[in-house]
Design a protein around this ligand. Sequence first.
Ligand SMILES: [Zn+2]
Length: 468
Amino acid sequence: MSEIVLYNTRTRKKEVFVPIEPGKVGMYTCGPTVYGPSHIGNLRSQLVPDLLKRFLRSEGYEVTHVVNITDVGHLVSDADEGEDKMELAAQKTGQTAEEIAEKYTKLWQEDRARLNCQPLEQNPKATDHIPEQIELAKALEEKGFLYRLDDGIYFDITRFSRYADLARLDLEGQGAVHRIAEVEGKRHPADFGIWKFAPEGVKRLQEWDSPWGRGFPGWHLECSAMSSKYLGLHFDIHTGGIDLATVHHTNELAQSECGFDVNPWVNYWVHNEFLDFGGEKMSKSKGNVKSLDDLVERGYDPLAFRYFILQAHYRQQQAFNAEAMDAAATGYRRLVKAVVAVRDVVGEGDAEVQAPYREKFRAALADDLNAPKAMAVVWDVARSDSLADLDRRDLLLAFDEVLGLDLANAKLEEETAESDPRIDALLAERDEARKNKDFATADRIRDELAAEGITIIDSPEGSRWSRK
Ligand SMILES: [Zn+2]
């Protein structure tokens, strides 16, 4: 195992990865709150750890990856305020919280599968771990970190000297104050709920008995309780979207380091950046793209979205729009084509010829998971005039074990030889609109054709279409 470097949010440095137990890695990722379909921006936060996991496995590590399911209402925003998402969805649809949770847990698991994410070792639900959460809260209470207000039990952040470390918070400044809704009696604005009481006279769908009274856990508590149950009190890697660092991860860390008496609780904090939608709608006629289903409806292969994500470094904001997604779909199709051309050749490749390419690919990912650089190596191989088909086959399929684009099985879309004057004319109109940067018209035509089961394939040579 050669050296792997990861950027650690807590230290703000790239650090050499050293596992707690040689050869093994424990990794925790914050999962979805299951009250609706996952946003594709949040799916980036699943694809990044999946790439990391695949890479670590290719390096010989045994990886245990845990992702939780938040199926008990936490509050609407990450900042501990607003209404309860699960309860709200239940009110709106007339379903029980359990029914809603089950539906969207399944959808999220399907999204992961369609994106070719590797199966999780554990995928625990918050509602299955209420006793564990109460245990941790009891430990915190015994150590004097908690205090009681009318509406719940709170964590006193001033008792924990490292509270601001992870997100470099300015606890005295305005930033900490305006972020969190004011609750009367809180000792510090950033103090957060560990256990909330069910409001008097209101029957919540989800509530449990506890030593402090009937109610429900604060959102942050579940991740501390479940990660420790499945990975131990001290584990290697915690991942999540960068938006979680300032409140959710900061609070997870505080509860865990105080409750479990560990420092550090997690060795490496790996945070991915946002998808940047730039205010631009993917399609004027059909509203914004939010979920993977929205993309599929528009004729994109889910793996083209995976390909798209691989084109940016995980710590960079990535612009998501129709042009970028079209370019990714074209790139993915070309790569599949390149692999299909060599996939079935028979014979053995030349390990010596392949070695420098393998090393370059590996080095890119070992340097804080530089996927764009790794993709450049993939394209060097796919386009190489000097490599034999056998070596191209070996290399591309080996790289794909890490990239997860399913190149070993991917099929080329039927490239239609059909011609249909009406569709050809619409395509020409769309090409013209794109040339004039009239993306509203271009999107409208794409959507119209998608509704008929026709996929448009864009390339520098122009657009083609195929029927599903
Ligand atoms: Zn979490």
